[in-house]
Design a protein around this ligand. Structure first.
Ligand SMILES: C[S@@+](CC[C@H](N)C(=O)[O-])C[C@H]1O[C@@H](n2cnc3c(N)ncnc32)[C@H](O)[C@@H]1O
Ligand SMILES: [Zn+2]
Length: 274
């Protein structure tokens, strides 16, 4: 299923890594992931989220604040019985690991362009194939995925469409306009209106929206560290002023925020050729 990121030929096991018939070789890292991001496809030396963002997200997620979001995603994936799934923009693997657990008989892949993220992610689920790769050129064969997850992540829709088998589906999870509203109100004089269905305009013609739902709950952030991590893992960490951020972190008593997540499931037409 893996294909060479340089020439698109199939990759096969070769020593402690993989190689294509043209002789392009990719080593497996000590931690277990494969780096399939050739230097010429990198736009910067260390693309994707940096170590500080990855660490903040990991600490926050480990405290379970978004556990209901992951549980619902896992449940929605389980209901679809995929034989092969892919998490695109997996970050440090919190959601991918729960997909792997929910789908023990399926073959799982998870990728991110950030090596720092994948280095940490791959410890979570050794049975999953972890890749450092770009979502713009996913090193997987066309039509090989039954289920793709994209959580809080940018998405190359055309590429996702290419990867899905006819009848397969893409679950996109992203914030609604209510998400973290109380936090945004503390951080900014004017809360920027967030349009949470912008992505619908980018859906390729071969895909149809088959299911949509919203998960909303209130979260009490008691520890200042949790609030600091939440800020550091979002753009608010650099967008909001230092004073406003400090006010949130040092908030007297628990800080209550709304978590509001939208799940959109897009299917490719059963007759479509990928
Ligand atoms: C906000 S994070 C979400 C991570 C994870 N899905 C989560 O919710 O915890 C977005 C992720 O997309 C990754 N990313 C950004 N551009 C990418 C690209 N071109 N290819 C693959 N991953 C990319 C970043 O490195 C980052 O880990
Ligand atoms: Zn090759």
């Amino acid at each position: 299923m893996l294909i060479c990121p340089l020439c698109s030929a199939p990759l096969a096991q070769a020593g402690n890594g993989v190689a294509c018939p043209a002789g392009h070789r990719f080593d497996r890292a000590r931690q277990g992931y494969l780096n399939l991001l050739p230097v010429q496809h990198k736009n910067s030396r260390a693309p994707g989220d940096n170590q500080a963002m990855v660490d903040a997200r990991r600490s926050f997620l480990e405290e379970g604040h978004y556990a209901p979001v992951a549980e619902r995603l896992a449940e929605l994936a389980r209901q679809r019985h995929p034989a092969r799934w892919l998490d695109i923009g997996c970050g440090e693997g919190y959601y991918s690991a729960q997909l792997a657990q929910a789908l023990p008989d399926a073959q799982g892949f998870a990728l991110d362009i950030s090596r720092e993220a994948v280095k940490r992610a791959c410890r979570r689920a050794p049975q999953t194939t972890w890749l450092v790769a770009s979502m713009a050129r996913v090193p997987l064969a066309s039509g090989c995925c039954d289920f793709i997850a994209s959580v809080f992540s940018p998405l190359d829709w055309q590429e996702a469409c290419r990867l899905l088998r006819p009848g397969g589906g893409l679950m996109r999870v992203g914030p609604t306009r209510e998400h973290l509203m109380e936090l945004r109100q503390q951080l900014y004089d004017e809360v920027r209106e967030y349009v949470d269905d912008k992505h619908l305009a980018r859906v390729p013609a071969e895909m149809t929206l088959a299911h949509s739902e919203v998960l909303t709950y209130r979260l009490r952030l008691i520890a200042p560290d949790s609030r600091a991590n939440l800020l550091a893992m979002t753009p608010h960490g650099w967008r909001a002023s230092a004073e406003r951020r400090a006010a949130v972190i040092d908030w007297p008593g628990p800080f209550t925020v709304t978590v509001s997540m939208r799940y959109d499931y897009f299917v490719t037409e059963p007759g479509a050729t990928p």
